[in-house]
Design a protein around this ligand. Structure first.
Ligand code: UD1
Ligand code: UDP
Length: 360
């Protein structure tokens, strides 16, 4: 039987790489479909190169659009692709629109579905990702969870526990697998940063699409930059909005293009603090032991707060929270989340290959 991976965005690539590698090592027949949701070299190709992902067997080139337009285009393109390929199982990652569309198409074509990173919940249905996650988990036949909380959410939503596997975090496999390539000194020199600096990423609609929120974010970052030089790689979604809201290149603010994975993680590894609204970055900072201030009111990854370095802050709390971090008085847990050990990919591969043996 063939395993078909569907990926479309930057975080998908980081999560899929270790699963693809582990299945390759197990001698499994697999194919990789790129939906083209992310298409810029800096959001896509660079990850394939740096993470050793195989060239996609197909790039559907779906591109950007409103949620309805993008999801509709994804559904049509994926239906044709999955119908032609007839895979034994489809594997989807995370919570982006490509994930939902592939899950829906697989379900309607009666192709078994596996969801990597199942069960995360922010309980905030205004997040497009929360809608995607909940629906995908209802459709999946195999659900791979990164934390015990996620397993609990799935069980409360009535998902058959026999389908759920707690396997750890493939994004952390990628991080640990490439750790020796992350050189903060090289990255610092490349981007003209002083020895002590912070890294900022913002791209959630709640922070960058609402004019009020984006002004608050720009103000909070400008204030924070008085305490710490900030490297700000800008997601294409947020660059124009943050600039229009007054975030400008200035002493202490270093606006950058989206970075390659190795360059980005090199900066994060050497940072005194990270300010973000990213899902993945909350997890990566936890494992690297770098203090993380998350500009959100909820997180679907509470394990990064209870077992890691993450703290949720409002915009007006950012500068004081950063002061605490820089003074070394912020409290962090050193334990690390269970099973975030770099072996999630092989665990997923083991479950999938066993499943394939019994299902063709
Ligand atoms: C998507 C995911 C989000 C994830 C993020 C990772 C959904 C609903 N959202 O958000 O969960 O955290 O990816 O980065 O799936 N654009 C480019 N170049 C590209 C791709 C996009 O310039 O290669 C611009 C376009 O103007 C586009 C906008 O970014 O309209 C948003 O892209 P989209 O894929 O819709 O969502 P993201 O904000 O990237
Ligand atoms: N990332 C990167 N370069 C950047 C910003 C992020 O390589 O300029 C990586 C980051 O390390 C993480 C992944 O992209 O592994 C997460 O992507 P993003 O924050 O866009 O998505 P989310 O996790 O919020 O869905």
């Amino acid at each position: 039987g063939q395993v078909l991976h569907v990926v479309g965005t930057r975080p998908n690539f980081v999560k899929a790489a270790p699963v693809v590698a582990a299945l390759r090592a197990a001698g499994c027949d697999q194919a990789l479909v790129h939906t083209g949701q992310h298409y810029d070299e800096r959001l896509s190709d660079v990850f394939f190169r740096q993470l050793g992902l195989p060239e996609p067997d197909t790039d559907l080139g779906v591109g950007s659009g409103s949620h309805a337009r993008q999801t509709a285009d994804l559904l049509v393109a994926l239906e044709a692709e999955l119908t032609a390929r007839e895979p034994t199982v489809v594997v989807v990652y995370g919570d982006v629109n490509s994930t939902l569309a592939a899950a829906l198409v697989a379900a309607k074509l009666s192709i078994p579905l596996a969801h990597v990173e199942a069960g995360l919940r922010s309980f905030d249905m205004t997040m497009p990702e929360e809608v995607n996650r909940r629906l995908v988990d209802q459709l999946a036949d195999l659900l791979f969870a990164t934390s015990p909380e996620a397993v609990g959410h799935l069980s409360r939503e009535g998902v058959d526990p026999a389908r759920v596997h707690l396997v750890g975090n493939p994004m952390i496999d990628t991080l640990l697998g490439h750790l020796d390539r992350f050189d903060p000194a090289v990255a610092r020199a490349a981007y003209g940063l002083p020895e002590r600096y912070g890294v900022v990423t913002l791209h959630r609609p709640a922070n960058v699409d609402d004019p009020e929120a984006v002004r608050a974010a720009a103000r909070a970052l400008t204030e924070a930059a008085a305490h710490l030089d900030l490297a700000v790689p800008l997601h294409p979604r947020s660059g124009a909005a943050l600039r229009a809201a007054g975030l400008a290149e200035a002493p202490g603010i270093h606006l950058l293009e989206p970075l390659g994975y190795v360059e980005f993680m090199s900066l994060v590894r050497g940072a005194a603090a990270v300010i973000t609204d990213s899902g993945g970055v909350q997890e990566e900072t936890t494992v690297l032991g770098v203090p993380c201030l998350t500009l959100r009111s909820t997180t679907e990854r509470p394990v990064t707060v209870t077992h890691g370095t993450n703290r949720l802050v409002r915009h007006d709390e950012l500068a004081p929270a950063l002061d605490k971090v820089l003074a070394g008085t912020a409290t962090v847990s050193a334990e690390g989340p269970p099973l975030w050990d770099g072996k999630a990919g092989p665990r997923i591969a083991r479950v999938l290959t066993r499943w394939l043996e019994s299902h063709g």
